[in-house]
Design a protein around this ligand. Structure first.
Ligand SMILES: Cc1ncc(COP(=O)(O)O)c(C=O)c1O
Length: 357
């Protein structure tokens, strides 16, 4: 079976060396040595100032809202993974959708501005499939309306905008290190916090709000990453160059061979790309389903991602309708892309798509 992705597992012996270290010092969680080491190495690798590791990308979003003290309405995108929206709802924030640009699949800045009201406290854009948002336009909208900006950067590991990490834009960017992601820690995530003064608050929040044995200044939760997860991250970080090179080759081959047959995402020309996904847009849902059926018949499972558009979620009130997001979400899927994907399997996938079209 060929799925849209396959978890990258590093060399077992290298992982075992870290496990030996964990056994030797007996410390498995609560801001252990490996979590601290991974934070340092990631800050350097990504080119960011402050990074706080957490247990997954969904709680990273929740901690971001609480660190910034958001209230009321948050303008966000309906074209994302459900956690972008559901994390707002579970934190008593109301998602107000703006529509996407149908070429980049990211929030359209004009649409963001139209969705802002006096109750809006923040903008929550997503760098969809690792494609950088129009970060400068979003920054000026936020400044004009005095809003916070949180980027759901779950897909944007390693992406640079005008030569510096895209994660440095906005007040906070959040990452997901789930096993399906480009870089992973099995389960895990992170916050990139630009204001040094907020880092300590986030650290209290991920540890029950505790400051020390006597003081609990914040209403916190448990969002800590453990040492076994950090060990996985430390191993994978060593392999990032290889992982990206292999993905790039697969990505470029799809792009070459499917050109003119399906529509590709239009990438931000000021940004680098991390080759984390290969989204393909079809002419109609009917055409997409035909190709999907042909692939499934040969044991290949692309993922309808993102589908459905989040403005269709039954728990969102008031009801909202975002035509561009709904349209793209019915016609898009992501093709298998991961370092181990063999040439002959990719040849087969491309052949099936061409035939079905
Ligand atoms: C855009 C986006 N946001 C948030 C998440 C949630 O991350 P996690 O699965 O680590 O909780 C994911 C991935 O799963 C995602 O793709």
């Amino acid at each position: 079976m060929v799925n849209v992705t396959k978890t990258y597992l590093p060399d077992k012996e290298r992982y075992k060396k870290y496990i030996d270290e964990i056994y030797a010092n007996g410390w498995v969680t609560n801001n252990g040595a490996l979590v601290q080491r991974l934070e340092k190495r990631l800050a350097e690798y990504l080119g960011v100032k402050n990074i706080v590791l957490v247990s997954n990308g969904t709680v990273a979003l929740e901690i971001a809202y609480r660190t910034l003290g958001l209230k009321g309405f948050v303008v966000t995108t309906p074209f994302s993974f459900v956690a972008t929206t559901s994390s707002l709802v579970t934190n008593d924030l109301l998602p107000i959708f703006a529509d996407i640009d149908e070429k980049s699949f990211n929030l359209d800045p004009k649409s963001i501005e139209n969705a802002i009201t006096k109750n809006t406290s923040a903008i929550l854009p997503v760098h969809v499939f690792g494609n950088s948002c129009e970060v400068e336009r979003i920054a000026s909208i936020a400044k004009k309306h005095e809003l916070k900006v949180i980027y759901d950067a779950a897909h944007a590991f390693g992406v640079k905008y005008k030569g510096q990490s895209v994660l440095n834009y906005g007040d906070i960017s959040t990452l997901s290190f789930h096993a399906t992601k480009l870089f992973h820690t099995i389960e895990g995530g992170a916050l990139i916090i630009n204001d040094d003064a907020l880092v300590q608050k986030a650290r209290y929040l991920i540890n029950f709000g505790i400051k020390n044995e006597e003081e609990i200044p914040e209403l916190g939760t448990n969002a800590k990453m453990n040492e076994f997860e950090a060990a996985m991250g430390l191993c994978i970080l060593d392999d990032m160059q290889l992982i990206e090179e292999k993905r790039k080759a697969i990505y470029e081959r799809y792009a070459r061979e499917l050109k003119g047959l399906v529509v590709f995402q239009e990438r931000n020309s000021e940004a680098t790309y991390n080759y984390s996904y290969f989204p393909a847009v079809f002419q109609s849902e009917e055409q997409l389903k035909r190709v999907q059926k042909a692939l499934n018949a040969e044991d290949v499972f692309p993922r309808r991602y993102f589908y459905p558009s989040l403005d269709t979620l039954n728990y969102i009130e008031p009801k909202q309708y975002m035509p561009k997001s709904r349209d793209i979400s019915t016609r898009i899927f992501c093709l298998p892309i991961y370092p181990e994907l063999a040439d002959e399997i990719q040849t087969k996938i491309i052949g099936i798509i061409k035939k079905a079209l």
